[in-house]
Design a protein around this ligand. Structure first.
Ligand SMILES: N[C@@H](CCC(=O)N[C@@H](CS)C(=O)NCC(=O)O)C(=O)O
Length: 221
């Protein structure tokens, strides 16, 4: 392998977890090769790398990394830039990782439950599961609203790993289960994320795919 080979990202512009990694790459202008998952052949390549066939996946120097958070941490270690995604202090880093887990587990997971349910034939839909996912999102918004009352970014004053994931998580969560205006701090935080050039770029690159959103993409953002 050439020493100058770029990291290869297997991802799709409309995918929230892909956007999480794209935000990290765009924040620091990190060069990479983008292998867009737009064909069966590309998806087969992905399956060969990661049999669970989830994306994104990053390949560099004979190393294959799955899971968006792990990829962002790897980028922070191997391709550090102006924006560091985790605090140097290991105890402080726990808050960043905690908020990152919050957005994956309590925002993206129920959001995906609702979207994946809609992709099923009507006879196979799970109304109870969807209602539970909507209730989970309500609880997550309420909790986050209190946390964001005195924070600019998810883990405090600095943009971090947690914001890379929060941006697409809240973007699609609001499309899926509208954030009530009563959660003004969450809405303001989502706006700050949308104004961040790295995420604005990811959103723009995904615009052509909006008709694919199973619940119907709203006329905003
Ligand atoms: N835990 C994974 C989740 C990745 C994930 O769910 N990716 C979605 C795209 S946003 C996916 O692979 N979907 C493919 C499918 O469901 O078949 C991560 O953090 O990267």
């Amino acid at each position: 392998m050439s020493p100058d080979a770029l990291p290869v990202l297997h991802a799709h512009p409309f995918s929230s977890y892909s956007q999480k990694v794209l935000v990290a790459l765009y924040e620091n202008g990190t060069p990479f090769e983008y292998r867009v998952l737009d064909s069966d052949e590309r998806l087969e390549d992905l399956r060969a790398l990661w049999p669970l066939r989830r994306f994104p996946v990053l390949v560099e120097g004979g190393r294959t990394l799955a899971e968006a958070s792990v990829i962002v941490e790897y980028l922070d270690l191997r391709h550090p830039g102006r924006v560091r995604f985790l605090p140097q202090d290991p105890i402080e880093a726990l808050e960043t990782r905690f908020m990152d887990r919050f957005f994956d587990n309590y925002v993206s997971t129920p959001q995906q439950t609702i979207v994946y349910d809609r992709r099923r034939p009507e006879s196979l839909r799970d109304g109870h599961g969807v209602a539970a996912a909507r209730a989970a999102l309500e609880s997550a918004y309420a909790w986050l609203d209190r946390v964001m009352a005195d924070r600019e970014w998810a883990a405090g004053a600095c943009f971090s790993l947690a914001d890379c994931g929060a941006a697409p998580a809240l973007f699609y969560a609001d499309w899926t289960h509208r954030i009530d205006p009563v959660f003004a701090n969450v809405i303001a935080y989502r706006r700050r994320l949308l104004a961040r050039p790295s995420f604005a770029r990811a959103v723009d690159e995904a615009r052509p795919y909006r008709p694919l959103f199973p619940l119907g993409a709203p006329e905003r953002d």
